[in-house]
Design a protein around this ligand. Structure first.
Ligand SMILES: NC(=O)c1ccc[n+]([C@@H]2O[C@H](COP(=O)([O-])OP(=O)(O)OC[C@H]3O[C@@H](n4cnc5c(N)ncnc54)[C@H](O)[C@@H]3O)[C@@H](O)[C@H]2O)c1
Ligand SMILES: [Zn+2]
Ligand SMILES: [Zn+2]
Length: 346
């Protein structure tokens, strides 16, 4: 089979690899029909994720068809259409029993990380019964592949941790695929103000079309002033950090209202300052989380019913064998006006 293979920082190729066999009785082999490229894959390419070693097939976002199952997999059979979760869960360990699947002792984020991933013609999915989700016949791959990672991430780490309520002022810093996923799922709670902050005008335009009430380009550094003006000087009830930089984390601290919540989603590579000298008296809550995909069953229903249409996040579609071109487009997101880039098997 062919697959997108990592060979160290800056080096990937679309190459011949052996088709993965079943290894454990709880495994399934999935024929990939649609896969997506994630910002995390670009972090891997930069060498930011040392766990990923030479020869690893990348990718943790996909929809496909079950090709083969191990003897212990009773809930899926050959021919079933499935969503692959970016988080593999054994459902049995102490963390899984607390629905903290991202910390699963036998899984977590392993696909395209410590084991071969899904940007390939076939992939081996461990703990298949609790890491795959059945898709109804006729379900559109493009919509559901957004449920592997970005929709649950925006929802769980941003909207749920930020305790978004009807009538709230919600500010999302970062209008990439994750910030926009937080936007789509925050709308389920009818916030009064839904303000997106970014420096990329193309992404702010996308945010507006997806239902942001206001967008702010912070290139001039005036976002705080503008949010205070929109909220009668109070600030935001929920501030969602969807960038992952010290500067944007500090911005969130200036935007939060007394009694408000800061929900961090961004992956931070550097330490950032927590301004307790201003926040100690303001009754704020700060949360962090790695996506657990515990809400995937609920989000599946929301997408099936048409309540959320995540296809609007897709900017580019490539054939699976053109994965290298797709990486090029996604690596130049600003010039290419790229949001979510997906790969389709022929
Ligand atoms: N916690 C989790 O489980 C989890 C899961 C997936 C991704 N993430 C993280 O979420 C973050 C967002 O992911 P993404 O794929 O949307 O990334 P992205 O890079 O596509 O989007 C980030 C956005 O932030 C904007 N930005 C950059 N600097 C800015 C600044 N100073 N002010 C305002 N906007 C600025 C960029 O223009 C871009 O639109 C990343 O850090 C990613 O690693 C976290
Ligand atoms: Zn991802
Ligand atoms: Zn587990």
């Amino acid at each position: 089979m062919k697959a997108l293979v990592y060979h160290g920082p800056g080096k990937i190729g679309w190459e011949e690899k052996p088709r993965p066999p079943l290894q454990e009785s709880s495994d399934a082999i999935v024929r990939i029909t649609t896969a997506a490229i994630c910002g995390t894959d670009l972090h891997i390419l930069k060498g930011d994720v040392p766990a990923v070693t030479d020869g690893r097939i990348l990718g943790h976002e996909a929809v496909g068809v079950v090709e083969e199952v191990g003897a212990g997999v009773l809930d899926f059979k050959k021919g079933d259409r499935v969503l692959v979760s970016c988080i593999t869960s054994c459902a049995k360990c102490d963390y899984c029993r607390k629905a903290m699947y991202s910390h699963c002792r036998r899984g977590g984020w392993i696909l395209g990380n410590t084991i071969d991933g899904v940007q390939a013609e076939y992939a081996r999915i461990p703990h298949a019964e609790t890491s795959l989700y059945a898709l109804p016949a006729g379900a559109d791959d493009d919509a559901f592949v957004m449920l592997s990672d970005i929709l649950p991430t925006g929802f769980e780490c941003g909207v749920l941790n930020g305790r978004v309520q009807p009538g709230d002022c919600v500010v999302i810093v970062g209008a990439g695929p994750i910030g926009l996923s937080a936007l789509l799922t925050a709308r389920l709670y009818s916030p009064a103000l839904l303000i997106l902050i970014d420096r990329d005008e193309n992404r702010l335009t996308a945010a507006k079309s997806l239902g942001a009430t206001h967008t702010i380009n912070d290139t001039d550094g005036r976002a705080v002033e503008q949010v205070l003006a929109l909220t009668g000087g109070m600030g935001a009830d929920a501030v969602i950090e969807a960038v992952g930089l010290p500067a944007t984390f500090e911005l969130c601290q200036k935007l939060v209202a007394p009694g408000g919540r800061i929900a961090n989603i961004g992956v931070h590579g550097k330490s950032a300052t927590l301004h307790l000298e201003t926040l100690w008296s303001r009754t704020i809550t700060l949360t962090t989380r790695l996506v657990d995909t515990a809400t995937t069953p609920m989000l599946l229903k929301a997408v099936l019913s048409g309540r959320i249409d995540p296809r609007k996040l897709i900017s580019h579609r490539f054939a699976l064998e053109d994965a290298m071109k797709a990486y090029d487009a996604f690596s130049n997101a600003a010039e290419e006006k790229a949001l979510k880039v997906i790969l389709k098997a022929r």
